[in-house]
Design a protein around this ligand. Structure first.
Ligand code: NAD
Ligand code: ZN
Ligand code: ZN
Length: 343
């Protein structure tokens, strides 16, 4: 094995990634070296390279946090996962394990967590490191390309649906049928919910219909709030759209007692919403956020996919296509999830 690898590297926020040869990292104590098979392209990677969020990524950066691959080397003290085992690496690279949130099973809000492909090098590369304690184990015989999006889109929407506290048989709206939203529709179905899909593009809505959404709303053509007259509103609304308007629409779609779960992260000027205090108070609405998922959420999200109840609709592309993929993502032209085929 040579000691360099191919990677897509961001040198300055707002610039294109460059494909380069960089050193293969060496696993330290508690770490594993992973040979990457696939890495999904999440909209969070585009936010990272565009510098959309107040906290900027660490540069130079290898993005990518929807990773599947195989363990090829173990650092000192690592027994599991074993060499040769299939693993996945999510956005949550690590958490401290000792703060009040980690202890309470809420490692997703640990203040000391590190983020894959943001504060630590990610999966737009042939190899990467990850802490052994935070990688997901992927069952044998699973398609690692189709599994990659579960590492972010899957776990994030699965946790978001659980945080909505919707019950089987209830209506859940998914606003934004992109990489996250199209798996959210499937988790919602698998969890027994009835789905209203909202997007601004007909092909995304058609995908949602094929995945089991019962009602489709094109927010560009019809008032989203009409669902209040039709169904009395939805019990929960999951916002995975990147557009600010969708967050306000989600609250407006809720039936009394309903919950809106904010997941999309438009950032910048689009980071603030207006909501009616009297509606929230008088109808006991809940607005909550959901941030990726815990390791347990991830194991559960992977299990749904491994059983075939959730299957990401993927298009595979080579690493070299990354800048064109981002161009298409900016224009909202990607349907399903685009996955980099690294190996
Ligand atoms: P994507 O680009 O694949 O999908 C976005 C979708 O939103 C597209 O289908 C687009 O057509 C749709 N959309 C655009 N405007 C809309 C509108 N006004 N109403 C309804 N739909 C609209 O993006 P993705 O990879 O699915 O990521 C979505 C967002 O979720 C990003 O902001 C990403 O950073 C964020 N995210 C958050 C977390 C978290 O833990 N909170 C995790 C992963 C991703
Ligand atoms: Zn992501
Ligand atoms: Zn912690």
């Amino acid at each position: 094995m040579s000691n360099t690898m191919k990677a897509a590297v961001l040198h300055r926020v707002g610039e294109a990634l460059s494909i380069e040869q960089v050193p293969i990292p060496v696993p330290g104590r508690g770490e594993v070296l992973i040979k990457v098979v696939a890495c999904g392209v999440c909209h969070s990677d585009l936010h990272a390279i565009d510098g959309d969020w107040s906290e900027l990524p660490l540069l130079p950066l290898i993005p990518g946090h929807e990773i599947t691959g195989h363990v090829v080397a173990q650092g000192e003290g690592v027994q599991q996962p074993a060499i040769g085992e299939a693993v996945g690496v999510p956005w949550m690279y690590s958490a401290c394990g000792t703060c009040e949130y980690c202890l309470a099973g809420m490692e997703t809000i640990c203040a000391h967590r590190e983020s894959t492909g943001y504060s630590q090098p990610g999966g737009y590369a042939e190899y990467m490191l990850a802490p052994a304690a935070f990688v997901a184990r992927i069952p044998d015989g699973v398609d690692l390309y189709a599994m990659a999006p579960i590492l972010c889109a899957g776990v994030t929407t699965y946790r978001g649906l659980m945080r909505s506290r919707a019950r089987p048989g209830q209506w859940v709206a998914v606003l934004g049928i992109g990489g996250l939203g199209h798996v959210a529709v499937q988790y919602a179905k698998a969890m027994g919910f009835r789905v209203v899909a909202v997007d601004v593009s007909a092909d995304k809505l058609e995908l949602a219909r094929s995945l089991g959404a019962e009602r489709l709303i094109n927010a560009r053509e019809e008032p989203v709030q009409a669902i209040k007259e039709q169904l009395g509103g939805v019990h929960a609304a999951l916002v995975t759209a990147v557009a600010n308007a969708a967050f306000e629409q989600a609250v407006g779609m809720l039936r009394p007692g309903g919950t809106a779960v904010f997941i999309g992260l438009p950032g910048g000027d689009a980071d603030t919403v207006r909501a009616s205090i009297s509606a929230i108070s008088g109808w006991e609405l809940t607005i909550t956020g959901s941030n990726i998922g815990t390791r347990q959420d991830l194991n559960e999200a992977v299990a749904f996919a491994a059983r075939g109840q959730v299957t990401a609709q993927i298009v595979t592309e080579p690493l070299e296509a990354i800048n064109q993929i981002f161009e298409r993502m900016r224009k909202g032209q990607l349907v399903g999830r685009t996955v980099l085929k690294i190996a």
